[in-house]
Design a protein around this ligand. Structure first.
Ligand code: DAT
Ligand code: MG
Length: 151
C-alpha cells in the first residue's frame, strides 16, 4: 500500500456535541500522522464545491445548510492506506447501519447528522485537502511513534 492522505472533517454536529477530542483521538490512536488541523466556518461556495458530485441529489440543499450551520474541524491525515482505513473507522453513511466500534456506529443516529467526513479515494483526498487548506497550513514533521508503528 502507498502513503496517501485523507481529508477528515468533523461536521458541525460533532463540534456542537463536544465530540472533537473523541473523534481526533480515534485517528491518533490508530497510528496515522496529523498533517493539518483547524476549526473553520466554511462558506456555501466551499461546501458546494466539496460536495459537487452530489449536486443533483434531492438532499443537496439541506446537506449544504448542515455543513455550513457552524464551525467544522478540518484535518489532513497521512499514512499507508489511510483513505480506506479512515472510511472503516468512520463507518457506514447511515449511522444506524454503521457497525458498533465505528465513529458513526458509536456516536450518531441519522445520515443527515453523521458527525464526520472522510475522503473516498486517494485522488479525492488530495483534491479535498487542497480545497480546505491553504498553502502553509500543513506541517511537515516526523512522529517519534513512526518506528513503533511501521517496521
Ligand atoms: P459519505 O459521507 O459516507 O462518504 P456520501 O459521500 O454518499 O457519504 O454523502 C455525503 C453526505 O451526504 C453524507 O455523509 C450525508 C449526506 N447524505 C448522503 N446520502 C444521503 C441521503 N440519502 N439523505 C440525506 N443525506 C444524505
Ligand atoms: Mg463521500
Amino acid at each position: 500500500a502507498e502513503v496517501e492522505q485523507s481529508y477528515i472533517m468533523i461536521k458541525p454536529d460533532g463540534v456542537q456535541r463536544g465530540l472533537v477530542g473523541e473523534i481526533i483521538s480515534r485517528f491518533e490512536k490508530k497510528g496515522f500522522l496529523l498533517k493539518g488541523l483547524k476549526l473553520f466556518q466554511c462558506s456555501k461556495d466551499l461546501a458546494q464545491e466539496h460536495y459537487k458530485d452530489l449536486k443533483d441529489k434531492p438532499f443537496f440543499p439541506t446537506l449544504i445548510d448542515y455543513i455550513t450551520s457552524g464551525p467544522v474541524v478540518c484535518m489532513a491525515w497521512e499514512g499507508v492506506g489511510v483513505v480506506a482505513s479512515a472510511r472503516k473507522l468512520i463507518g457506514a453513511t447511515n449511522p444506524l447501519q454503521a457497525e458498533p466500534g465505528t465513529i458513526r456506529g458509536d456516536l450518531a443516529v441519522q445520515t443527515g447528522r453523521n458527525v464526520v467526513h472522510g475522503s473516498d479515494s486517494p485522488d479525492n483526498g488530495k483534491r479535498e485537502i487542497a480545497l480546505w487548506f491553504k498553502e502553509g497550513e500543513l506541517c511537515e514533521w516526523e512522529s517519534v511513534q513512526t518506528p513503533w508503528l511501521i517496521e
